[in-house]
Design a protein around this ligand. Structure first.
Ligand SMILES: NC(=O)c1ccc[n+]([C@@H]2O[C@H](COP(=O)([O-])OP(=O)(O)OC[C@H]3O[C@@H](n4cnc5c(N)ncnc54)[C@H](O)[C@@H]3O)[C@@H](O)[C@H]2O)c1
Length: 449
């Protein structure tokens, strides 16, 4: 059986590489010629730990191929995974234009029976729509449409793909063929006792949104609790441990931080609320989560200026004027170069608006480049570097936004001499407040006295 994956981005490339690692023959297809050329030449276009190793291993073994020729890739394969992006439109709906365009191309190019698997995150009923398009434009070709949402986390994508908590497969209830094909593909996981959930197309589509919405809720919840801890003098670390040890709650996703970001949680939570409104069944909890998260991120910029005003005993309205702020971490979380909806994209423009001179550090060059490209018109004064000391040198304030290992292991005692002023605002709670105080720092974090 030959598998093709259309869309060689964060999800498609990991999916293609992962299936080839499991022993399947895979053709990865993308319309972006530069991307495909660079992968063929041995350079991976995204930062994702160990992805380069499995791509290069499976390319050499002849199981993993790359092309921009969609028609040829489709003709050669039995199963076609579609992993193109489904970004957010202005009112929160999902933009399905890439998916629809690919579907028309698949319908036109297919020469015999195909199983079409939707990996992209799509609103409920999209797979049925894809099924209808394929039947209408497929010149009599038989298509089996499957929904197989992806749950991998950027930064741990290869591990997550190879070690899934579960696999969700939605099919039409009368489609036994699709189920058999998918069982064959995922057989190695089933043998490893990974639970496979067979369900309808609609339930499968909704599982993906519900999972992300639930996780986003946990993040927003713990951030609100951290703010409350600050207000009443309680400790969020101990609170999170105190609730997380309850098996019904669980300890993951209970770390306060600068709000959720990235390419998935913001768009998927919003899309879920839109789908629910359209179904006349609003999801009020998720609407509140979205509001909570965006006001949390917005409040953090103000917390930096308030804290500095307190340290320097000056007016908070002008406390950042002319000050150099070193922002540590631009990506939305560690181990990825993805800056989409990262806290840095909101907080840095705010700080610059307050008159601060901001320099950013991220250990991954592509993250610094993406950030400067995105903001070159609106904040041309902003500079980003991959060298930590250049960014820290002469800083009046250090602001920690991402939990990169390079940031978490900073020796603050040693760095003290290159800073202009010993102020560290840590929105990832990476450092010990007592130790920071002992080293002579004014140190603020989230929900810790
Ligand atoms: N990024 C994640 O962590 C993640 C996790 C789970 C699910 N998802 C979902 O997976 C989907 C893909 O996300 P992504 O982050 O991989 O997107 P991406 O933007 O990184 O990759 C999409 C790729 O599709 C290609 N493409 C677009 N139109 C094409 C066409 N007509 N023919 C061939 N290639 C085409 C683009 O060139 C791009 O390389 C989205 O629906 C997303 O919500 C993403």
């Amino acid at each position: 059986m030959i598998i093709s994956v259309i869309g060689t981005g964060h999800v498609g490339l990991v999916t293609g590489a992962g299936f080839s690692e499991m022993g399947h023959t895979v053709i990865c297809i993308d319309q972006n010629q530069d991307k495909i050329t660079s992968i063929i030449d041995g350079s991976i276009p995204i930062y994702e730990p160990s992805l380069d190793e499995i791509v290069s291993r499976n390319k050499s073994s002849g199981r993993l191929h790359f092309t921009t020729d969609l028609a040829e890739g489709i003709c050669l394969s039995d199963v076609i995974f579609i992993a193109v992006d489904t970004p957010q439109l202005s009112h929160g709906q999902s933009d399905l234009s890439q998916l629809e365009s690919v579907t028309h191309q698949v319908a036109k190019a297919s020469n015999n029976k195909k199983t079409i698997v939707i990996k992209s995150t799509v609103p409920v009923s999209t797979c049925r729509r894809i099924d209808r398009i394929l039947r209408k434009y497929g010149n009599g070709t038989v298509f089996n449409v499957v929904s197989n949402p992806e749950f991998l986390r950027e930064g741990k994508a290869v591990y997550d793909f190879m070690n899934p908590d579960r696999i969700v497969l939605g099919t039409r209830s009368d489609d036994k063929d699709a189920k058999r094909t998918m069982m064959k593909i995922y057989e190695p996981f089933e043998k490893d006792h990974v639970e496979i959930i067979y369900t309808t197309l609609e339930t499968s589509e909704l599982i993906k949104y519900s999972a992300n919405a639930f996780l986003a809720t946990k993040v927003a919840f713990i951030n609100e609790m951290a703010n409350l801890c600050d207000a009443v003098g309680a400790n969020i670390t101990e609170l999170a441990r105190g609730i997380g040890l309850d098996n019904r709650i669980g300890s993951s996703f209970l770390k306060p931080g600068p709000g959720y970001g990235g390419s998935c949680f913001p768009k998927d939570t919003l899309s879920l609320t839109v789908q629910a409104q359209e179904a006349n069944c609003p999801v009020r909890i998720i609407e509140s989560v979205i509001n909570s998260n965006s006001s949390h991120i917005r409040r953090l910029g103000r917390r930096v200026s308030d804290f500095c005003a307190e340290c320097w005993n000056i007016d908070c309205k002008s406390s950042l004027l002319g000050k150099k702020i070193a922002v540590l971490g631009l990506s939305f979380k560690a181990n990825t170069d993805d800056i989409r909806s990262a806290a840095s994209t909101v907080i840095i423009p705010f700080l610059i608006k307050q008159g601060a001179k901001v320099m950013g550090f991220d250990p991954v060059l592509s993250a610094t480049e993406k950030f400067t490209d995105q903001f070159q018109d609106t904040i041309p004064t902003f500079e980003a570097k991959t060298d930590l000391d250049t960014v820290l040198w002469g800083a009046d304030v250090v602001l920690v936004l991402t939990e990169w290992e390079e940031i978490a292991k900073i020796d603050w005692l040693k760095k003290r001499s290159i800073l202009n002023s010993p102020i560290v605002v840590d929105f990832r709670n990476l450092f010990n407040p007592d130790l920071m105080r002992k080293y002579g720092y004014h140190y603020a974090s989230l929900g810790r006295p």
